[in-house]
Write a protein that binds this ligand. Structure first.
Ligand code: ADP
Length: 373
């Protein structure tokens, strides 16, 4: 096989693609507003067909598909066959916005490229190592079992990549390192990684739980939902939309982009100031909790849009943790690129590392396709 790999990432309303020749990106892009009125392609099938039509796919060795939910079944990337496709379809109730889009991408690519191995890389897979005590919600066991109610965790590709890169950056063996990874993008999650295994993560049954995100609330008392239903008369779908698409930074400030929140905060806007505080405080709490769970922490690593680019968020999220050996050096924090931002001699290395989920998916797809022969 060749080293040429296409990565397809079908989100709920977009399709991202990247074509690799080995480590070189040959082509890439994003098709947005899929299925939205007035603009983009009618659906994911159309969007993926358009992408495949215009790419030079000669000698393609594999297609790597990002699949959001792998449920309890998939603990690693797999070669896609009919049985895998059926299994991903059966997981749609757990990821109603994402898995159908992922399926559409897979089906179109299989049809257009029948001789090319197609590989599914799951967002949940890295978290298969979660201890039962971390994955279990304290509700009736039979109900939980019947409806698949448990913590699966997401952003696994990113947490795996970034924790491994942290070990490389520090020149330490991955198998021995205890790291807290903070993926702060539009979606955001924290993960405690011990020796290359995820042992705690902030997203749960869906990507709604945990940290404050661009449009998602993160942690919430479930009573909020009953209350909005009973007292506010909101429908379940309305509440779902409220918590997933109209909450987080957007709900608190009217803007889901952290850059805008930071600008408004700098100008003294009280709503933006509060949103920033809520956002950073939540991260601080998770870092403390994961410190307690890990027992020993070697590194805290920031990644994704906000994590890579906002020195203010990094400084505020870790402020006051000196007693845990966690501190940020202001000059290093203000720098750029993959780097350590803690002071020399600090007990815990605080790092900034650029995530690259597409590259990691390409790598995994290549490995699986090679074993497929
Ligand atoms: P996604 O989760 O969609 O892959 P990213 O990881 O690219 O998103 O993160 C997107 C978010 O990163 C944006 O919404 C924006 O708020 C934030 N961001 C990007 N650049 C900066 C910056 N320079 N400062 C603060 N936040 C930033």
């Amino acid at each position: 096989m060749t080293d040429r790999v296409l990565v397809l990432n079908c989100g709920s309303s977009s399709v991202k693609y990247r074509l690799y020749d080995g480590e070189t990106v040959r082509d890439s892009g994003t098709v947005e507003r899929v299925g939205e009125p007035g603009g983009g392609p009618a659906d994911h099938v159309t969007a993926v067909r358009q992408i495949l039509d215009r790419l030079d796919l000669d000698g393609l060795g594999a297609v790597g598909h990002r699949v959001v939910h792998g449920g309890r079944r998939f603990s690693e990337p797999v070669l896609i066959d009919d049985a895998v496709l059926t299994a991903i379809r059966e997981l749609v109730p757990l990821a109603p916005l994402h898995n159908p889009a992922n399926l559409a991408g897979i089906e179109v690519a299989r049809e257009a490229l029948p001789d090319v191995p197609q590989v599914a890389v799951f967002d949940t897979a890295f978290h298969h190592s979660l201890p039962e005590a971390a994955a279990t919600y304290a509700i009736d066991r039979d109900v939980a079992e019947r409806y698949g109610v448990r913590r699966y965790g997401f952003h696994g590709t990113s947490h795996a990549y970034v924790s491994r890169r942290t070990a490389e950056l520090l020149g330490r063996p991955y198998e021995a390192l205890h790291t807290i990874t903070l993926h702060l993008g539009n979606g955001a999650s924290a993960c405690a990684v011990a020796g290359g295994r995820s042992v705690a993560t902030s997203m749960g049954m869906s990507p709604l739980e945990g940290l404050v995100m661009g449009t998602r609330s993160g942690d919430l008392d479930p009573t909020v939902i009953f209350h909005l239903r009973r007292e506010g008369g909101l429908g379940v779908d309305e509440i779902d939309d409220l918590l997933n698409h109209r909450s987080g930074l957007l709900g608190l400030t009217g803007a889901n982009d952290m850059r805008e929140v930071l600008q408004r905060r700098a100008a003294g806007d009280p709503a933006a100031t509060l949103a920033f505080d809520v956002y950073c405080r939540r991260i601080t709490g998770y870092v403390g909790a994961y410190y307690a769970l890990l027992g020993r922490v070697d590194a805290v690593t920031f990644t994704a849009g906000v994590g890579e680019h906002s020195a203010e968020v990094r400084a505020a999220a870790l402020a006051g943790l000196d007693r845990l050996g966690i501190a940020v050096d202001p000059a290093r924090n203000a720098g750029a690129g993959d780097r350590v931002i803690s002071p020399d001699g600090a007990e815990v290395s605080v790092c900034v590392i650029g995530t690259d989920e597409e590259r990691e998916i390409a790598r995994e797809a290549r490995v699986v396709a090679a074993t497929a022969g």
